[in-house]
Design a protein around this ligand. Structure first.
Ligand SMILES: Cc1cc2nc3c(=O)[nH]c(=O)nc-3n(C[C@H](O)[C@H](O)[C@H](O)COP(=O)(O)OP(=O)(O)OC[C@H]3O[C@@H](n4cnc5c(N)ncnc54)[C@H](O)[C@@H]3O)c2cc1C
Length: 380
């Protein structure tokens, strides 16, 4: 048998394990998925749930409904990888051997100087509890300055804070509070987004909708007492409510196993998706240092390359399949419309997708169904 271990059962790990399961019989694959959580959670809808009253529990699905039969799911954390011995050590000390390993551990959020749950006026929307706290605040909001900013780069889903800002603008308009509110969007770049072609469109829309944009603004700290965001560049920006994305880092296991860079991300060949210096280890999704977005769409488009390369290696061939960096994502611009960003390592985003349209919003809404029923199950 060819033993394959996948560490992490989020979008990336489930997709890979389930895709490999389809080849299990033909290539004699013994697939183990290590994931302590008993559920999976659909993150993209958090930008909608921040502004509605629906139950956040609707976004969860139990793991047992998502894992294919031929995948052995172990509900535990992996503690360490011993690459020399080709072993994964679990938190209870169990040792598992592998021939091929796939790292899919995502990122972790750090609360360095304060705890979000203890701060009345500092929020984020990157987890269900934080989203719940934000929506309790926004329901009671009567006016004032709301400041939105990332805290580290890279962060998950580059469009998410932009989408959140557009949703906030639309939500306040709907509640007839927009003229009582100032919205400020802070960003480390000269433009308010990472994809150049779309950033120009976003900047134009911000201007039209009266959203203030502060460029070259990197988060340094918050003066909690005086309600000021302080940038690395020395700017002080006052807020009534601050939406600050959490600090992102790679997971501890990556660093502790000597497989990470200084932020804990895995140095990964951007084409073959092999971990640099380890031909039988692959990395996928948010845990990598790939020069593209930390997005589920990247996991979806890159997963077939890993499956092909593992099969190639089992057949005694080179890991010759290459991921071209393709990703597609939908950037929400209001309750009704979205843009479609479609790019790869060598191709900028296609122009036709940059005009906000209802059809792209329909795709965005459809994505949750596709995510749980098709993509994560490795069907396509
Ligand atoms: C608000 C928001 C909106 C988003 N919108 C979009 C969007 O519209 N489109 C899009 O494509 N993407 C979007 N994303 C990004 C997308 O959700 C992530 O990129 C995707 O979920 C990453 O999947 P992953 O499996 O790599 O990481 P994760 O989903 O974080 O999964 C990692 C898993 O590894 C497990 N793990 C960690 N350490 C260990 C260990 N030691 N042992 C065992 N298991 C471990 C964790 O428990 C976790 O389940 C959004 C994200 C957010 C926060």
């Amino acid at each position: 048998m060819n033993k394959i271990i996948v560490i992490g059962g989020g979008f990336s790990g489930l997709t890979i394990a389930n895709k490999l399961a389809k080849k299990a019989r033909k290539y004699k694959l013994d697939i183990t998925l290590i994931e302590p959580k008993d559920h999976n959670f659909y993150e993209p809808d958090l930008i909608f749930y921040a502004f509605n009253n629906k139950k956040l529990s609707k976004l969860y699905k139990p793991m047992h409904k998502l894992v294919r039969k031929r995948v052995n799911h172990i509900g535990m954390r992996a503690k360490k990888v011993e690459t020399e011995k080709k072993k994964v050590i679990l938190e209870d000390g169990t040792e598992l051997d592998y021939d091929y390993l796939v790292l899919a551990t995502g990122v972790k959020y750090i609360e360095k100087d304060f705890k979000y749950s203890e701060q009345k006026h500092i929020h984020h929307f990157y987890s269900p509890p934080a989203t719940e706290k934000f929506r309790q605040m926004i329901k009671r909001f009567k006016g004032g300055t709301i400041v939105i900013s990332p805290s580290t780069v890279p962060y998950k889903c580059p469009p998410a804070p932009v989408e959140f800002t557009f949703m906030l603008d639309s939500y306040l308009k709907k509640r007839k509070l927009r003229d009582k509110a100032t919205i400020k969007f802070l960003y480390p770049l000269s433009v308010p987004f990472t994809v150049k072609e779309a950033a120009v469109v976003v900047a134009e829309m911000y201007k039209k909708r009266g959203i203030e944009f502060v460029p070259y603004c990197n988060y340094e700290k918050v003066d909690i007492e005086n309600k000021k965001f302080i940038s690395f560049e020395g700017e002080e920006i006052e807020y009534d409510e601050l939406v600050l994305l959490p600090i992102h880092e790679g997971q501890d296991i990556i660093k502790e196993s000597g497989l990470g860079d200084k932020e804990g991300y895995v140095p990964t060949d951007k084409f073959t998706l092999q971990v640099k210096g380890h031909p039988n280890i692959y990395a996928i999704g948010d845990c990598t240092d790939l020069p593209t977005s930390k997005a589920g769409a990247v996991s979806h488009y890159s997963a077939p390359t890993i499956v092909k390369n593992i099969i190639n290696q089992i057949k005694g061939k080179e890991a010759s399949a290459k991921y071209n960096g393709k990703t597609i994502c939908f950037l929400v611009t209001s309750y009704q419309k979205a843009m479609m960003l479609d790019f790869s390592y060598n191709h900028p985003s296609r122009k036709y997708g940059l005009i906000p349209m209802r059809i792209y919003m329909l795709f965005k809404r459809l994505f949750r169904f596709l995510y749980f029923h098709i993509l994560i199950k490795g069907i396509i």
